[in-house]
Design a protein around this ligand. Sequence first.
Ligand SMILES: [Zn+2]
Ligand SMILES: [Zn+2]
Length: 167
Amino acid sequence: MFFIELEPVFNNEGFSRSVDFTLDMSDCYFNGGFPFKDSVRISGEVKNSTDIVSLVASADFTLNLTCDRCAADFSRTFSIPLEHVLVTELNDDDNDDFIVIDSFHYDVEPLVREDILLSLPMKVLCREDCVGICHRCGKDLNDGPCDCGREYDPRWDALQQLLEDDR
Ligand SMILES: [Zn+2]
Ligand SMILES: [Zn+2]
């Protein structure tokens, strides 16, 4: 939990308050394991500019991941922007862009946690052009072609891509 006292922010145009804390997400299951090793660092501020109160921060963290295509282990650093407008009530209830706060003594952790989970990639690749492993002999094709190469038909790649995109 990380509570911010929002009353002075809401009541004073131009006022800001820094938001700086660490978040333990080691219980978060993703990519076949628990990739958050170190805690997530949240840094930014809540500010009131022209009577609009917004949270602007970034979440910085490193994940230990396994490539979905070639199964290599690697770690990657993420920096996720967090940006929300906070309101005490909605005038127009079909606007999802605003976060309605339930109290001026506001716990920002659930919101930040959700942002981080939503930012995680659908598919984890060690690098964008990872070619994966040969489905016949199991060789990591990132290290070069295998001996099955001569019978290789690029149409299988297109089919494989369709199957992967479908997941
Ligand atoms: Zn890979
Ligand atoms: Zn092969």
